[in-house]
Design a protein around this ligand. Structure first.
Ligand SMILES: Cc1ncc(COP(=O)(O)O)c(C=O)c1O
Length: 386
């Protein structure tokens, strides 16, 4: 059966491929340890689950939700942004739920790109920053994240022609896959660039609650002028162990959110209200302690992995945020994919090839910390033995 030519433009989704390989090996009785996908291994915090149980039992949540979102959801997000980031949001026009950040980022491409338009995409970056524009008929232009700039893109390198065609800019800190935190001055530069070139800046804020060593991640919207030119996509997935729930919100520029709303009302029917109520429960200050405790666990795993890699002669920077370790592949391999394939075949450990996140990710691999300590240690041991 022939699929649309649109589908030919994108490779199979990285983790869909990996899942297939893992199932094959497990079916053959091999003990595979997956450090591939960033999917928290511990449960959603108890108060969130309890609130969701109550919400599911309430028939008031069982009908089609409004795409605009429940008022209490929008108010809870606005209150959280105020207390957490010092950002003021109008719950009526500047907040809307999304069915996960992935859905939101993908659909923003459909809402903002005409054929031939450009979306500027952090490289390496979350794959949807490039797959989304391609599926929307636009063109992703990669912005290499420069290690010497703290993994910021050098915006001065973008050509006038690219900027003339650019409508969207995707960026993300704390950063997947590099683990970098927002470099000083970058958010201000993005505001300036977006304002000068009529670009919608989309800050993917998937990891702001997952930080270590006392680092507190800012919101892009706290940058002066950001709300005039940008939106932020906040996700509950990682910070609250809620990847399966599909809970996110787009916040910021009201006009951009209105366009996204118009698009979505023609595509999906909103976020299940019980999930919205779980999201509300998560943002209660009482849950901050659970987030902190989780971050203690990740920080321990981070240290464990970084120390083991250092002992094996691999130098890595300990990240202050996200659930990832970004490390250079050893010599002797033609690509990150070749190294990861070798690791899977010889050590039954799944790691992500940096090249899958963009050209600038080539030469690196990513380890996700979402595996219990003992398995994580065993995986690193297997890597070392290789
Ligand atoms: C940078 C980034 N953005 C977005 C997502 C997806 O978030 P969600 O689960 O809300 O769709 C991820 C998940 O790995 C991510 O790393």
């Amino acid at each position: 059966m022939k699929a649309s030519s649109r589908l030919d433009k994108i490779p199979p989704y990285l983790f869909a491929e990996l899942e297939r390989k893992i199932s094959e090996k497990r079916a053959a009785g091999i003990d595979v340890i997956s450090l591939g996908i960033g999917d928290p291994d511990t449960p959603t915090y108890a108060p969130i689950v309890a609130a969701a149980q109550r919400a599911v039992a309430d028939p008031g949540t069982h009908q089609y939700p409004s795409n605009r979102g429940r008022q209490d959801f929008r108010e809870a997000v606005a209150a959280f942004y105020k207390r957490r980031f010092g950002v003021t949001l109008d719950p009526a026009t500047e907040v809307m739920p999304a069915i996960g950040a992935k859905e939101c980022i993908f659909n923003l491409n459909l809402a903002f790109l005409d054929p031939g338009d450009v979306a500027l995409a952090a490289d390496p970056g979350y794959p949807v920053y490039t797959g989304g524009p391609l599926m929307a008929g636009g063109e992703p232009v990669l912005m290499p994240l420069e290690p010497e700039l703290g993994f910021a893109p050098d915006l001065k390198k973008l050509s006038a022609e690219t900027l003339r065609r650019a409508r969207l800019l995707f960026f993300n800190y704390p950063n997947n896959p590099t683990g970098a935190i927002a470099p000083d001055g970058l958010f201000e530069e993005v505001v300036e660039l977006a304002a000068a070139n009529d670009i919608l800046a989309v800050h993917d804020n998937a990891y702001s609650e997952t930080t270590y060593d006392g680092y507190v991640a800012p919101s892009f919207l706290a940058t002066p002028g950001a709300k005039e030119v940008g939106v932020e996509v906040f996700s509950w997935s990682k910070g609250y162990n809620m990847t399966g729930w599909r809970c996110a919100a787009i916040v910021g520029n009201a006009e951009a959110i209105a366009h996204y709303w118009k698009l979505k009302s023609n595509i999906d029917s909103g976020l299940f209200e019980a999930v919205q109520l779980a999201g509300v429960a998560a943002l209660d200050p009482a849950v901050d302690a659970d987030v902190k405790a989780m971050n203690v666990i990740y920080a321990r795993r981070r240290d464990l992995v970084c120390d083991a890699l250092a002992q094996a002669g691999v130098t890595v920077t300990k990240p202050q945020g996200t659930i990832y370790i970004w490390a250079p592949i050893p010599g002797g391999f033609s690509s990150s994919a070749a190294y990861c394939e070798h690791v899977l075949e010889q050590a039954a450990v799944v790691i992500s090839p940096g090249g899958a996140y963009g050209r600038s990710g080539e030469g690196f691999f990513r380890i996700s910390l979402t595996t219990p300590d003992d398995r994580l240690l065993e995986a690193v041991e297997r890597l070392r033995a290789l």
